[in-house]
Design a protein around this ligand. Structure first.
Ligand code: HEM
Length: 460
């Protein structure tokens, strides 16, 4: 009787059944293959059962990427959703997973014109600076004049999460008290759990008839994570609705103006003020909030961790960058966003990306080395026109958070370079810090931190 089977027995029988069905399909597949020969691009031998469902073409050179993203951009403008993306995006009601079409165009317009407009990014400049200085402050204090290693990855991650959360919710720093630190960490945990699920290879996505097996127990985990996330996004929306109502009441009675709108205010106001006949449902709003948190925090934080990791491994390059900073800005005032934009062209000198194109020896001399000077005097930029440098993608689905990401990444790195001497602690060797992004090696980015400018410029 089934109820008497142990879980081991169940697993054995499930595996036997799966293998038998697989064998059967291999034969069917082989039979079909001879009847139609596709002229596929070169690649490794495909496992027939998988190949039938999941034909994958990988563009690993800039020429092929250009062919896909420029000449045939429209054809590739939809992203096929998997089980995890479908659930977390409320069945593709967001921007990242939305199928290319009128709803995607509408969401993209809201994202670009309202949520992440240049005006909004610049209106949160002071908040960004405050959060970044807080991280530097914590690094300097925690390191006790460069004697105690500090966990730079945690400080960077908190700082980038807070920057996005403050733009989203206009909250004062989320890390002031232990409780607020917990809020920031809760959001980070939700993102981490979600990303972990997104990175999991889910058998059912590639072999749908094996969906019921779910050997990783993914559906149970997914249900728990999506419930937790939904409660968070709903909480953010409800808080804002209450505040907006109260503000409208105040305005009606004393004529007072609203303070600077945050992103959720903009979403909700859009719902009320919409004049082009379209609007967002509450579910779509939650999906967009999820996009900003998921796409906006970990990306920026892991880019920064890799960048600071490379600077720690390459003290010679760090010294050069510091000398340049000293000659341009000096040590008596802090580098500003605008000065940075002028002196260091957006993204070109400091961005490191680990994608295959960016390691192509035909495009880059010493592709595996951290060698930012390669971009000095180069015309390449990261705005999606140079197909050998595409950290934000290209074409219609190109990253709409590029402006914010560049503002945050460049400013944090510039401030760290200007204000701190960073050294590896004895327990870490330079080779421990390779491929920090690709390998997602947490808790490794430690440094001894010494201030190199008057302390009162960064301490508060
Ligand atoms: C260093 C930081 C970042 C990197 C490297 C990055 C990279 C990317 C890439 C490669 C894509 C796919 C582009 C394509 O398919 O051609 C993308 C899409 C996207 N990114 Fe970013 N991103 C970053 C930061 C951000 C930020 C800060 C936000 C928002 C706050 C954001 C929001 C999005 C969204 C919503 C999409 C999907 C757009 C669509 O499908 O229309 N990203 N990003």
């Amino acid at each position: 009787m089934e109820s008497q089977w142990t879980s081991v027995e169940k697993q054995v029988w499930t595996t036997v059944l799966a293998l038998s069905l697989t064998l059967f399909l291999i034969i069917v597949r082989r039979g079909r293959k001879t009847s139609k020969n596709y002229r596929m691009p070169p690649g490794p031998w495909g496992f027939p059962v998988l190949a039938r469902r999941a034909s994958v073409v990988v563009a690993s050179s800039s020429k092929v990427a250009e062919e896909f993203l420029k000449a045939n951009d429209r054809v590739w403008a939809s992203r096929p959703p998997g089980t995890v993306t479908k659930v977390l995006s409320y069945n593709c009601s967001d921007l990242i997973c939305a199928f290319y079409g009128s709803r995607w165009r509408y969401a993209r317009k809201i994202f670009m014109v309202e949520l992440l407009s240049a005006r909004r990014i610049s209106s949160f400049q002071a908040a960004r600076k405050q959060e970044i200085l807080r991280a530097i402050n914590d690094a300097i204090t925690g390191s006790c004049s460069g004697t105690v290693p500090v966990q730079l990855d945690i400080l960077i991650r908190r700082s980038t999460t807070n920057i996005v959360m403050r733009m989203l919710m206009n909250e004062q720093s989320l890390t002031k008290s232990p409780d607020e630190r917990k809020i920031s960490d809760d959001f980070h945990q939700a993102v981490k759990d979600g990303l972990q699920l997104l990175e999991t290879f889910y058998v059912g996505d590639f072999i749908p008839w094996l969906d019921w097996v779910d050997p990783q127990g993914l559906k149970k985990k997914l249900s728990a994570v999506s419930k937790k996330c939904d409660t968070m996004w709903q909480g953010i929306l409800d808080d804002h609705k209450r505040k907006l109502e109260a503000a409208r009441g105040d305005q009606a009675t004393d004529g007072s103006k609203n303070e600077e709108q945050d992103i959720v205010d903009a979403l909700l106001t859009r719902l009320v003020d919409d004049d082009d006949g379209e609007n967002l449902t509450e579910v779509e709003m939650k999906a967009l909030i999820m996009n900003i948190i998921f796409a906006g925090t970990d990306t920026t934080s892991s880019t920064l961790q890799a960048l600071l990791g490379e600077l720690l491994r390459n003290p010679g390059i760090m010294e050069k960058a510091q000398a340049e900073m000293d000659s341009v800005v000096g040590r008596k005032r802090l580098v500003e966003d605008e000065i940075l934009g002028y002196e260091i062209p957006a993204g070109t000198t400091l961005f490191v990306n680990l994608h295959a194109i960016h390691r192509d020896p035909a495009l880059y001399e010493r592709p595996l080395d951290f060698y930012p000077e390669r971009f000095l005097g180069s015309e390449k930029d990261v705005h999606g026109f140079d197909f050998d440098l595409l950290p934000f993608g290209a074409g219609r689905r190109m990253c709409p958070g590029k402006g914010l990401a560049l503002a945050v990444v460049l400013y944090i790195v510039a401030l760290f370079i200007q204000t701190c001497d960073l050294r590896l602690p004895e327990n870490l060797k330079p080779e421990d810090l390779t491929d920090l992004i690709a390998l997602r090696r947490n808790s490794l980015l430690q440094a001894l931190v010494n201030p190199r400018i008057p302390k009162d410029l960064v301490m508060f």
